[in-house]
Design a protein around this ligand. Structure first.
Ligand SMILES: [Mg+2]
Length: 359
């Protein structure tokens, strides 16, 4: 019952005993109205919520606890993943389907999401994007007007990849959408895990040491951005797989061996503190109040990425390490100990709800 309705009910009563009774009811009602939570949760996806496309344990049930009976979000949460390759809107509907809850695109923060902030700088410049999925589509959806995939870009330069005749997957040459033979590439973006390492390393080295026009010579290095820097991540295979950080090491090491100036680059993704600041402001929007959070929980499986990031970000971040992915230790991690170690994401959510007095 609304407070005004209760007040009217009180006015309509004359006997003091009834008034007292209604005052008691009003106060009981006010106390039972759930306060907006002063905490929020950031979930890593790979190795915590999903392995490949399969939910880990009862992760869908754990997420359902953050909604009320009518399916409305009760506790602000988002996904904070270093993965990506498709636009946030598509990832949100994919996750909604796999996990059986209604996830809004604003709740999906991928490794490449911060690339949006570079729009002003490169909106009308020629940029290349690489990685699994649809890297150029991701960049175009962010508003970059001249984004081209590295695959398509390479297809316009004859013999740029001398190994292509030996590869089973070849890209058909299309009509160039931009003047790639005379316009310099201003920036290269690794949006998601690269698929074709040898071609990507070759062509990126060409772009980076030619001032953005393969075949030419220039000292100016175009900008180089990586969506994340995970050395390894947990996928379906029992042991960890090489991530974007491994690709970065390979590219950097080769580039520095063939060029007189070391590679200059910027990596986003966890554990970059910027990512946690950004997550905090999105959680505030979801919470719909301007008051600061008392606690923000980061639930992840990778001590070097999730725990390190939350620890470096400092207050109000609180790290929870699960044993469902990269970390499988019995005790806490030695170098990057989490505030709490649990077996699974269900246990993590249970712990949070209990700690916050929601049980
Ligand atoms: Mg993970």
């Amino acid at each position: 019952m609304k407070v005004r309705t209760l007040a009217k009910a009180i006015q309509g009563r004359s006997r003091p005993s009834s008034i007292q009774f209604y005052i008691y009811r009003v106060s009981a009602q006010l106390h039972s109205i759930p306060k907006r939570p002063s905490f929020g949760i950031a979930f890593d996806i790979d190795g915590v919520i999903l392995r490949g496309r399969t939910p880990i344990g009862d992760s869908p049930k754990a997420l359902k606890r953050l909604y009320d009976d009518s399916g409305c979000l009760k506790i602000p949460y988002l996904f904070l993943t270093n993965g990506g390759g498709i636009p946030e809107s598509r990832r949100a509907s994919e996750l909604s389907q796999l996990l059986g809850v209604n996830i809004d695109p604003i709740q999906v923060v991928q490794g490449h999401s911060p690339f949006k902030n570079l729009l002003k700088r490169f909106e009308n410049e020629l940029i290349v994007a690489t990685g699994k999925g649809e890297p150029a589509v991701v960049m175009s959806e962010y508003g970059f007007k001249k984004a081209i995939s590295l695959e398509e870009y390479a297809s316009h330069f004859n013999n740029i990849d001398p190994l292509s005749p030996y590869k089973t997957l070849t890209t058909k040459q299309s009509i160039p959408r931009f003047d790639v033979k005379s316009e310099r590439v201003k920036a290269a973006f690794v949006v998601s895990d690269p698929v074709e390492w040898s071609r990507d390393i070759q062509v990126l080295c060409d772009i980076l040491r030619s001032g953005g026009l393969p075949g030419e010579k220039s000292d100016h290095q175009p900008h180089m951005y990586f969506a994340a820097d995970d050395l390894e991540y947990q996928a379906v295979f029992p042991s960890e797989r090489l991530g974007m950080g491994a690709f970065r090491i390979a590219l950097e090491s080769i580039f520095n061996s063939i060029h007189h100036k070391p590679l200059e680059y910027t990596s986003f993704g966890k554990p970059n503190p910027f990512v946690f600041k950004n997550a905090e402001s999105i959680l505030k929007q979801l919470q719909q109040k301007s008051q600061n959070f008392e606690t923000l929980y980061m639930i992840g499986d990778n001590p070097l990425v999730d725990v390190k990031g939350a620890t470096q970000a400092g207050h109000p971040w609180f790290s929870i390490l699960t044993r469902t992915g990269v970390f499988k230790g019995k005790d806490n991690h030695t170098d990057y100990p989490a505030n709490q170690v649990v077996d699974s994401v269900q246990e993590a959510v249970e712990y949070i709800l209990q700690r916050e007095g929601y049980l």
